[in-house]
Design a protein around this ligand. Structure first.
Ligand SMILES: [Fe+2]
Length: 243
């Protein structure tokens, strides 16, 4: 599966699945960024996949619907204009011949869903799981976001993780402050080197995230080890909010 990113706003990535001159895009917050790619690379737009209702993920839908050929797949949330197929847990759909299943991942927002292609080991997780971190809680509870991340960490290790934002380095700076861990420090150096070369830090993988992402609860800072995983998660999320 060929996947490339279209940069948008300050640090968003609109992920594009490409096949035979067509692309399907995930979370097109900015129509113009996508339209430019369609024109410059002579591609046509097939489908749109939407993870949640925030404007930086949905802002381009209506404009892009004028040029697209397929459907807009997204959460079962009437507040999002332009959704053609409203999706729930375990629903499946096909875009460009690739079958995706839906994983409900509430927490960042209540309507948040993630898209998993089992055959190609690909996950589009919007603002739920970031490399080295996770989304802020805007609507859900700590327990909901904890459960959502536990669902994602249960996917196969070789699952490639495509998040919507380039937050990796900032997340690793926070992680390093919470825990002394060689894998996290080494990975942070790698990410810094990539960013300095003008490359991006994504995709990540579930295997990498298990090693570097404290919010997946595979590595617990010493001062949180006496807590239940859910409590430790909540404390970490609060610390990150205030970081
Ligand atoms: Fe968001």
């Amino acid at each position: 599966m060929k996947i490339f990113h279209i940069p948008a706003f300050a640090d968003n990535y609109i992920w594009s699945i490409e096949k035979e001159g067509k692309i399907s895009v995930v979370d097109p917050g900015d129509a113009k960024a996508v339209l430019n790619v369609l024109e410059n690379q002579n591609l046509s737009l097939e489908d749109i996949l939407v993870t949640h209702h925030h404007y930086d993920h949905t802002g381009g839908i209506n404009e892009l619907k004028k040029v697209m050929q397929g459907k807009v797949y997204g959460p079962d949330n009437l507040a999002i204009e332009g959704i053609d197929v409203a999706l729930k847990e375990n629903d499946q759909f096909t875009t460009l011949g690739y079958e995706f299943s839906v994983i409900e991942t509430p927490g960042h927002t209540l309507d948040h869903i993630s898209f998993h292609c089992h055959e190609k080991n690909v996950l589009f997780c919007g603002d739920t799981l970031f490399s080295g971190g996770c989304g802020r809680l805007f609507e859900g509870t700590y327990q909901q976001l904890f459960n959502s991340l536990q669902k994602l960490v249960g996917l196969p290790n070789d699952t490639k993780v495509y998040c919507t934002h380039e937050y990796t380095l900032a997340n690793l700076v926070f992680a390093e402050q919470q825990i002394s861990d060689q894998e996290i420090s080494n990975y942070k150096k790698n990410v810094e080197a990539k960013l300095n070369k003008g490359e991006i830090s994504l995709p990540s993988s579930i295997e990498i995230e298990k090693k570097i992402n404290l919010f997946l609860m595979q590595k617990i800072p010493n001062d949180l080890k006496h807590l239940l995983p859910e409590e430790s998660f909540k404390e970490l999320r609060i610390r990150k909010d205030n970081f």
